[in-house]
Design a protein around this ligand. Structure first.
Ligand SMILES: Nc1ncnc2c1ncn2[C@@H]1O[C@H](COP(=O)(O)OP(=O)(O)O)[C@@H](O)[C@H]1O
Ligand SMILES: [Mg+2]
Length: 261
C-alpha cells in the first residue's frame, strides 16, 4: 500500500526447518487475522506440500497458476494471485511441482532472488506479505528469506523446541550478511502451548531466556479447532470465531501491527 506516496509493505517470512511446529497454521491464521482487521494481505505458499493452499480450500492439483509456474517464468505474479473467501486476503498457491525448483534453481545465477523478482511488481498492492516456508533450509526457503524483511520463528512448546535453532539462526545470519541485509528477526512465537503441562512452562521459560525480549507476548495455545479448520478449507476465524485459537491469532495480529512489522 502506498502511504503518503511511500510504499510501506511489510514482508514477513514464517520459517523453521523443523516440520510440525506450527508454521503453516501461523502463516494462514495470522494472514486471515490481519485480513479481518482490513489489512490487505498476500499469503505466499512456498511449501511443495501446499498445506496453506489446501487449508484455504484450494485444490492444488488443479491450479496451473502457482508459485512454481511463476518462478520458472510461465506466469506473471498477478496471474498467480487468487482470491480467498476473505475480502482482504489473497494467496499465491503452491503445487507439488515446487519440489523441482530446489534442483532447477541450483545452477542459476541469482538463484536466491527468483521469488524476490517474481513479487516485485505486485508487492506494493499489499500491506502485508506472508511467506509460509517448507520444513527445510533449501533454496526455496532461502528465496523467501531474501524476499522478506522480517523473520517470524514458530517454536512448538515441547522438549526439543530449541533443537536445530542454531542452524536456523546461522542461515538467517548468512542471508542477512550476504544476500538480504534488510532481514531482521520479528519474533519467536510459542505454539501449541498447554498451560496444564509443566514441560510447556519450562520450555517457554527457556525460550524466553535464549531469545531475550524477542519472544512474542502472544502465546498460541494448543486448540483442536486450529487443527480441524484446514480440513474445512478455512482459517480458524471462519471456522469457529469463538475458539481460543481464533482469539490467540487475532491477538498476534494486533501485536504484529503494533510492532509496525
Ligand atoms: N496451536 C495448535 N493447536 C493444535 N494443533 C495445532 C496447533 N498448531 C498447529 N497444529 C497442528 O499441528 C500440525 C502441524 O502444524 P503445521 O502448522 O502444519 O506445522 P508446520 O507448517 O510447521 O509443519 C498440524 O496438524 C496442525 O493442524
Ligand atoms: Mg507447513
Amino acid at each position: 500500500m502506498k502511504v503518503g506516496g511511500q510504499v510501506n509493505t511489510k514482508k514477513i517470512v514464517v520459517a523453521n526447518q523443523k516440520g510440525g511446529v506450527g508454521k503453516t497454521t501461523t502463516a494462514v491464521n495470522l494472514a486471515a487475522s490481519l485480513a479481518i482487521m482490513e489489512k490487505s494481505v498476500l499469503l505466499i505458499d512456498c511449501d511443495p506440500q501446499a498445506n496453506a493452499s489446501s487449508g484455504l480450500g484450494f485444490d492444488v492439483k488443479k491450479i496451473e497458476q502457482n508459485l512454481y509456474t511463476g518462478l520458472i517464468g510461465e506466469y506473471r505474479a498477478e496471474e498467480i494471485i487468487q482470491d480467498t473467501d476473505l475480502k482482504f486476503l489473497k494467496i499465491m498457491p503452491s503445487s507439488h511441482d515446487l519440489v523441482g525448483a530446489e534442483l532447477e534453481l541450483l545452477d542459476k545465477t541469482g538463484r536466491e532472488y527468483y521469488l524476490n523478482n517474481l513479487i516485485r511488481d505486485i508487492e506494493n498492492d499489499f500491506e502485508y506479505l506472508l511467506f509460509d516456508c517448507p520444513p527445510s533450509l533449501g533454496i526455496v526457503t532461502v528465496n523467501a528469506l531474501c524476499a522478506a524483511q522480517k523473520l517470524l520463528i514458530p517454536l512448538q512448546c515441547e522438549y526439543y523446541a530449541l533443537e536445530g535453532i542454531a542452524q536456523l539462526l546461522r542461515t538467517y545470519e548468512l542471508v542477512k550478511t550476504r544476500l538480504n541485509n534488510e532481514l531482521d528477526i520479528l519474533g519467536v512465537l510459542l505454539t501449541m502451548f498447554d498451560k496444564r503441562n509443566n514441560l510447556c512452562h519450562q520450555v517457554a521459560a527457556e525460550v524466553q531466556k535464549y531469545f531475550q525480549g524477542k519472544v512474542f507476548k502472544t502465546i498460541i495455545p494448543r486448540n483442536v479447532r486450529l487443527s480441524e479448520a484446514p480440513s474445512h478449507g478455512k482459517p480458524v476465524i471462519s471456522y469457529d470465531i469463538r475458539s481460543t485459537g481464533t482469539i490467540a491469532y487475532l491477538e498476534l495480529a494486533r501485536e504484529v501491527v503494533r510492532m509496525g512489522g
